[in-house]
Design a protein around this ligand. Structure first.
Ligand code: AMP
Length: 210
């Protein structure tokens, strides 16, 4: 399954819920890239400047990284691609690679989300440095400001969750990713959900589709 939508649409939240409740393997390109940056790997060093600016990391780096993940972990499991593919080129490459592995993308969910909601979610988003748990300063505040409820580690704001970079990321979505809607429509696998709804409401709709 592929989750498609602008930043802040709730793709990650739904992928975590699906992974916990239905045992899907969750492969988030953004999470994997951030982990590489944190660990200072070659991929991380190459990706960091693009991520900080809200631009896409070059296709070849991301494609190879995701194919490695799929080959290692996803062969015998249903999996969710969260934030990948993000360009038509990536989509073509992943299709060809999956065919060789006798795997298929059989569902693509497009989270149609309004600009107002996306901006509200991203500017208020906070994450745990250790366990990655998601918070929102208004909608889902931690019990103690700046501290993760689960593991008591520090919460932080993603460097690309500031208004200027959010604007860039939204431009990238409009200019490079949105055309994937028609690409997957053409393949007959696209379903649309409103990303403006609360997480549980989205999950309910998603469950019915699945
Ligand atoms: P995300 O966590 O999905 O918002 O992704 C954070 C950042 O990682 C993006 O702004 C890009 O710089 C990079 N990134 C994530 N997924 C991709 C992808 N499929 N292709 C290129 N860059 C990506």
């Amino acid at each position: 399954m592929v989750l498609l939508g602008p930043p802040g649409a709730g793709k990650g939240t739904q992928a975590v819920m699906l992974a916990e409740r239905l045992n899907y393997l969750h492969l988030s390109t953004g999470d994997i890239l951030r982990e590489n940056v944190k660990q200072g790997t070659e991929i991380g060093k190459k990706a960091k400047s693009y991520m900080d600016k809200g631009e896409l990391v070059p296709d070849d780096i991301v494609i190879e990284m995701m194919l490695d993940e799929i080959k290692t972990d996803a062969k015998d499991r249903d999996f969710i691609l969260d934030g990948f593919p993000r360009t038509i080129y990536q989509a073509g490459k992943i299709d060809a690679a999956l065919e060789k592995l006798k795997l298929d993308i059989d569902l693509v969910i497009y989270f149609k989300t309004s600009l107002k909601i996306v901006l509200f979610r991203l500017t208020g988003r906070r994450l745990c440095r250790e366990c990655g748990e998601n918070y929102h300063i208004v909608n889902m505040p931690p019990k103690k400001e700046g501290v993760c409820d689960k593991c008591k580690s520090e919460l932080y704001r993603r460097k690309d969750d500031v208004e200027e970079t959010i604007k860039k990321r939204l431009e990238v979505f409009e200019g490079q990713t949105k055309e994937l809607i028609d690409y997957y429509k053409g393949k007959g696998v696209l379903k649309e959900i409103s990303g403006d709804l609360d997480a549980e409401e989205v999950y309910e709709k998603l469950s019915v589709i699945i």
